[in-house]
Ligand binder design. Structure first.
Ligand SMILES: [Zn+2]
Length: 879
């Protein structure tokens, strides 16, 4: 029996290999390459294995080609596989060109578009495991590639891959993938198996790598954005994620309310069509627990899967229930929440509970990904033609409340930051024009050189959504009930975040315009370099970078104490005076070119009131609980060229062997937004020995820790004392957002958060932009405009009070007494009106700088960076 069976198999293999070309049988499966099946319990392929596997398939299959699309933050190659028929593979440039042409109707007649749609291919993109602990998709990607290349699909792969070009990115965060796999493998078989890492899984951003898709701070975001909106312009994109463990097994679109208004209805219809097709194919194959229309909204928040909507593409998200990285979990049926226990129209086939494994997620994702490829083939021609129609609508139709254009005036508070904004807009595919002559728009005159973003452009929805002020709809949990929070940001208006002047213009205006091909960085006409002194304007963020670079090179610098008038210009308080020396003269040209900034020559500074400054030795605190705000703080410092040292708990509290002397080593210590309990004890609620205000210690202490013991604890009582002594001796401690309460709670800084204990029916402000009023004569407010905008994200409103002996306080910024909201959603503005936002609390010889908002939120809020930068260059800080 056995022998005959084998012979039969042998014969059939033989006959197949006679019929099929040799390559069809020569492909290595992921299982034989890795030595385990992708998704097997407690097994993970790391990034090197994934790359090697894809490269092997590239060699073995004419249907797959691996491309490097750039490097990662930590220097790894970032790869993308192109999978399509052999015939298409030879004509990729032609098909990219077809898509590009269809996306710009200004160069195309309807008949030409129709012809191109008939000839073109549907380019679709699948990105995996942007969130590195949501690791299943990265493992799935190898099997997906193999099945497509080999033709092991539930459809005719030859036909489908002739219609479709699949762009497959096995992981959108390779550095994080490597961190997570290494951490997991290290602790498999220990009590910490499958637990979280004590640090964030993107060097700078952690989970926020999915809030970067309009700012493009991260190199990985830029690599993929070039594919999205410059090189390939896929019609459909899906980003595959994971969510919590006990709810539905899988979310796929449709999304829930509210939709962002700028997106065209046909885009949402496409999203819903693809979602329904995936759900249909999943159901057909017996996958239960698939939900839609819940949790994930159509309100854009700068996430990777949402940004395509605003570029007239179909943007999709899948969210599978998680396991513990690669370790299976068991969900008791009684643990399945009530909301997903019964059949409902948005949840037709409840999952009953039981074992849940990495391989289960891989199977769901494999099925939905193949479904998407198939559906793209079925709709190839209409998807292509609709991409033309959507672009045509963008340009030719005028939507409700649509402005004609946005004008970015030449005169800016901080010109180089405005140029940075242009760079970011153009990276996202926005067309920007520059005026060649003076012009008038909505009754206001603008000089030549001003920038214009016209709404009549292919990616209108995107440009519009970034430049306008958001009005988040007032959605309640039930009529008259408390507000229903948005998924994340309610507002993000880019010019407001960056402190860039930008006017919305309603009516069309004539102007002589030229389209920008690149950001027009000015040619730096460095001064002759012979003046005795130079002046750097405190309104410009780059001035701080230059000042720090020069101080580092031992230059002599001061900050002005009041407005200086020179050559008809008013230069605000806090500007930098640099003494010219041969070293300065040598260093200046390259530094000014780097930061796109000019200096003003000064011959005599005798009459200018000024204070000396010195190079700040900066420490940034990093807990073992992975604070994204800390990561973004490092990003901001690296971007601004400011050196710093990362401080862990022991560096602040010292050890038995080593006492620390913070003042001997640092001038400024920064705490990014983090719960004060975490900073002090490493646990919410304070844990054992949490101290006053630490909350009930028992509950936290009962929880078994998910972290190895070396990552337990906080700065403890010793660290609190060490920081106090640091400030007493003249040190500066910056506490941001949530960390502000460490200063009020532990040190008695003369301020109190009025929002503590205020419930949602009285005050509610999900991440939004709020107006603030700044005292720019105060050192921490130097260089700021009197009226500015700040990002409120679980932020504070402070009541200050006359302090006891040893303390003083200076309110640097407050909310205004009315019209507090700038963009987003705010209920109960009277609760925070006139309250303090930024306070300079002096204690003995030093300062606690309390910044109650997110001054460097996701490295997007360049408009409030100066609150932090000023703390670094505090005039006459005690030595
Ligand atoms: Zn995710």
């Amino acid at each position: 029996m056995k022998k005959r069976g084998n012979l039969k198999i042998l014969l059939s293999i033989f006959s197949i290999s006679l019929i099929l070309p040799v390559f069809m049988s020569a492909q290595t499966s992921p299982e034989s390459f890795l030595g385990f099946r992708p998704g097997a319990d407690r097994q993970l392929a790391d990034y090197n294995q994934i790359m090697s596997y894809f490269r092997k398939l590239d060699q073995e299959s004419p249907r797959l080609k691996v491309m490097e699309i750039g490097q990662t933050t930590l220097g790894k190659p970032m790869i993308m596989a192109v999978i399509t028929s052999e015939e298409n593979m030879g004509k990729l440039d032609t098909y990219r060109g077809t898509t590009k042409k269809l996306r710009d109707p200004r160069t195309l007649s309807a008949d030409e578009a129709k012809k191109l749609a008939q000839e073109g291919k549907a380019i679709i993109m699948i990105t995996c495991s942007l969130h590195s602990s949501e690791i299943a998709a990265s493992q799935m990607s190898m099997e997906l590639a193999y099945k497509l290349a080999k033709g092991e699909t539930p459809f005719d792969a030859k036909k489908v891959l002739n219609d479709v070009i699949v762009l497959l990115v096995p992981t959108s965060n390779p550095d994080g993938h490597q961190m997570v796999t290494e951490w997991y493998k290290k602790y498999v078989g220990t009590p910490f198996e499958g637990g979280p890492m004590p640090w964030i899984y993107h060097h700078y951003a952690g989970h926020d790598d999915n809030r970067d898709w309009f700012m493009f701070n991260l190199i990985e975001s830029r690599n993929l954005t070039r594919v999205f909106y410059h090189d390939w312009l896929p019609l459909i994109h899906i980003d595959e994620h994971q969510m919590g463990s006990t709810g539905p097994r899988l979310f796929i679109p449709p999304f829930m309310d509210p939709p962002i208004p700028n997106v065209q209805p046909l885009v949402w219809r496409g999203v819903n069509l693809m979602g329904a097709s995936m759900a249909y194919d999943l159901q057909e194959n017996g996958f239960s627990g698939v939900v839609n229309g819940r949790s994930y909204t159509g309100w854009w928040i700068g996430a990777c899967d949402d940004t395509p909507w605003l570029h007239n593409s179909i943007g999709l998200l899948s969210e599978a229930a998680s396991v513990r990285i690669a370790s299976p979990i068991f969900i008791e049926p009684s643990e399945v929440p009530n909301s997903v226990y019964n059949k409902q129209m948005d949840f037709l086939d409840p999952w009953p509970g039981g074992w849940w494994r990495l391989r289960d997620i891989v199977d769901y994702e494999l099925t939905l990904s193949l479904s998407l490829v198939k559906t793209a083939s079925l709709h190839r021609e209409d998807l292509l033609l609709n991409s033309y129609q959507l672009s045509k609508n963008s340009i030719e139709k005028t939507d409700k409340n649509q402005p004609y254009a946005f004008v970015i005036p030449l005169k800016q508070h901080d010109y180089p930051t405005m140029l940075k904004m242009l760079d970011v807009l153009m990276m996202g595919g926005v067309e920007v024009h520059q005026a060649k002559e003076d012009f008038t728009a909505d009754g206001k005159s603008y000089p030549a050189g001003s920038f214009i973003v016209k709404m009549a452009q292919p990616f209108k929805p995107y440009a519009w959504a970034l430049l306008e002020r958001q009005k988040y709809p007032d959605i309640r949990q039930y009529p008259g009930g408390p507000p229903q929070p948005p998924y994340d940001n309610a507002g993000w208006t880019l010019p407001l975040q960056m402190g860039v002047a930008c006017d919305e213009v309603k009516s069309p205006f004539p102007a002589k315009l030229e389209k920008l091909e690149k950001v027009p960085y000015p040619q730096m006409l460095a001064s002759q370099g012979n003046a005795a002194y130079f002046l750097l304007d405190s309104r410009v963020n780059a001035s701080y970078s230059i000042a720090i670079a020069l101080l580092k090179d031992k230059a002599e610098l001061w900050r002005t104490k009041a407005i200086v008038t020179r050559k008809g210009m008013e230069i605000p308080a806090g500007s930098f005076i640099v003494k010219n020396t041969p070293d300065v003269k040598k260093a200046l040209p390259s530094i000014l070119t780097k930061y796109h900034l000019a200096v003003l020559d000064l011959d005599d500074v005798g009459d200018i009131a000024r204070s000396s400054i010195k190079f700040p030795r900066v420490g940034i605190y990093q807990s073992w609980r992975g604070s994204m705000d800390e990561g973004w703080t490092r990003f901001m410092f690296d971007e601004q060229g400011i050196p710093f040292t990362t401080l862990h708990n022991e560096d602040i509290k010292g050890t038995k062997e080593k006492k620390v002397d913070l003042k001997a080593n640092y001038d400024v210590i920064i705490f990014a937004s983090e719960n004060p309990d975490i900073i002090k004890s490493g646990r919410f609620g304070g844990g054992p020995g949490g101290g006053p205000g630490g909350g009930p210690a028992g509950a936290a202490a009962m929880q078994a820790s998910q972290y190895p013991p070396e990552y337990e604890g906080g700065i403890e009582k010793e660290g609190i004392e060490a920081l106090k002594s640091f400030v007493e001796q003249g040190g500066i401690v910056v506490m941001m957002n949530a960390a502000v309460e460490l200063a009020t709670r532990e040190y008695g800084a003369p301020a109190r958060n009025v929002l503590t204990g205020v419930d949602r029916t009285k005050f509610f402000c999900p991440t939004s932009l709020l107006n603030i009023v700044v005292d720019n004569a105060a050192p921490i407010g130097y260089g700021m405009p009197k009226e500015a905008v700040a990002m409120f994200a679980s932020s504070l409103a402070l009541d200050t009070f006359a302090p006891p002996y040893d303390w003083d306080r200076k309110v640097v910024a407050t909310y205004p007494d009315g019209d507090v909201l700038a963009s987003g959603w705010l209920l109960g503005e009277d609760v925070i009106a006139r309250k303090a936002v930024v306070v300079d609390a002096q204690f003995k010889k030093g300062h606690f700088i309390l910044i109650g908002i997110r001054a460097q939120n996701r490295a997007q809020t360049h408009g409030t960076y100066k609150f932090i930068l000023n703390a670094l260059l505090y005039p006459e800080a005690a030595n």
